[in-house]
Design a protein around this ligand. Structure first.
Ligand SMILES: Nc1ncnc2c1ncn2[C@@H]1O[C@H](COP(=O)(O)OP(=O)(O)OP(=O)(O)O)[C@@H](O)[C@H]1O
Ligand SMILES: [Mg+2]
Length: 362
């Protein structure tokens, strides 16, 4: 199984540079997810690995060998794209085995392979159906199976679930996670859906504007985002951000903003106290805010409820803290009225601070 190394990859279209030196190492059997907003360069990166786009500068190494001069067919990889084109006149088995039959592999081998991959993606009972008689998710799985049948060591996926509805998407996501465990291949998966990224990835690479912002395990990114962009991108509902100033008072360190003065604890207090600027951005996830009418003011945010959205067991409340927006979650059983003022205790381990100028984590 190969390792993949993107060595300072640069992509230019004419005079415009869209990838500015992508540096990435993917270990054996790793499920790597490239995630980021539209236009950040995810597909371009993937297409360069596939050989569908030229590399403007830098190199791609597979198992230590440069591959950027190789044709796509010589790169030992399989791809699944968003618009997975199946052959409509062929049944599922024929679609899956197309490449193998083209390569004139023995019939017994082809049949065995079709059986094996169909079982992997849960399509055994649909082998004789034509794509037109399958659901979107089933068609998606045929595309996956077709890629798996190639027996490549690297799999590339570009938003393969984006055509599906929310329920099917969730179902396919779970199946993909199971399947990737089973096949143990190198997967590079592109999505702009951070939930997909969090649930599937061994490692997430967050991109923005042609740069890698951060890479790490889902947990690392969630707990220790290096900047405000990553902090706001990873996690759902997203992190809240409040502007404030770092202040020393009575031997303690506070973040003081419009409508709040939060006392900092431990290492966070020390980092804030020694930071060069006094202006900061406080970041707190909704999951680190707990409804608590008794919480002391210096460990809580006092919020005015603007809108309550019922989403089942939890309600999501859109609130104001002073002039800034804050989103919190609350047990739906708790009665809340618009315009009500509620206190939410801040989990001291869930406090993030960012430099207000360059937005890096403090
Ligand atoms: N053929 C091209 N010519 C010029 N610019 C291009 C070309 N293809 C892509 N780009 C630009 O490169 C940048 C990265 O595009 P890319 O398709 O990689 O984004 P993406 O992250 O996959 O976005 P999305 O989530 O919308 O698919 C964009 O600014 C895009 O406009
Ligand atoms: Mg794309």
């Amino acid at each position: 199984m190969p390792t993949i190394h993107l060595d300072h990859l640069i992509k230019r279209y004419g005079d415009v540079e869209v990838l500015h030196g992508i540096e990435l190492e993917m270990a054996d059997h790793e499920f790597t997810v490239l995630v980021g907003p539209s236009g950040c360069g995810k597909s371009t990166t993937l297409r360069m690995v596939a050989g569908l786009e030229d590399v403007s500068d830098g190199e791609i190494y597979v198992d230590g060998k440069p591959v950027s001069h190789l044709e796509p067919k010589d790169r030992d990889l399989a791809m699944v794209f968003q618009d997975y084109a199946l052959y409509p006149h062929m049944n599922v088995a024929q679609n899956i085995s197309f490449a193998l039959r083209l390569a004139r592999r023995p019939k017994a081998e082809v049949d065995a392979k079709v059986k094996e991959v169909a079982a992997t993606v849960g399509l055994t009972e649909f082998l004789h159906r034509k794509p037109g008689a399958l659901s979107g998710g089933q068609r998606q799985r045929v595309a996956m199976a077709r890629a798996l049948a190639k027996d490549s060591s690297i799999f590339l996926f570009d938003e393969p679930l984006s055509n599906l509805d929310a329920k099917l998407r969730g179902q396919m996501r779970a199946e993909l996670a199971v399947m990737s465990q089973r096949v143990q291949k190198n997967m590079i998966y592109v999505t702009h859906d951070q939930i997909e990224a969090m649930t599937l990835a061994d490692r997430i690479v967050v991109m923005h504007g042609g740069y890698i912002q951060q890479q790490g395990t889902p947990e690392e990114l969630f707990k220790h985002p290096v900047n405000k962009f990553v902090a706001g991108f990873v996690g759902s509902p997203p992190m809240n951000f409040l502007h404030g100033d770092i202040e020393e008072r009575d031997g303690a360190t506070f973040v003081h903003g419009d409508g709040f003065a939060l006392k900092l604890e431990g290492a966070k207090a020390e980092a804030a106290r020694t930071h060069t600027h006094r202006n900061t951005i406080l970041g707190v996830r909704p999951s680190d805010l707990r409804f608590d009418p008794e919480a002391p003011s210096e460990t809580a945010l006092t919020l005015d409820v603007m809108v309550s959205e019922y989403v089942g067991a939890q309600s999501v409340l859109l609130c104001k803290c002073g002039s800034e927006d804050v989103m919190v979650e609350l047990n739906s059983e708790t009665p809340v009225a618009m315009g009500q003022t509620l206190k939410f205790a801040v989990n001291p381990n869930g406090v993030h601070l960012f430099d207000s100028e360059n937005e890096t984590a403090i």
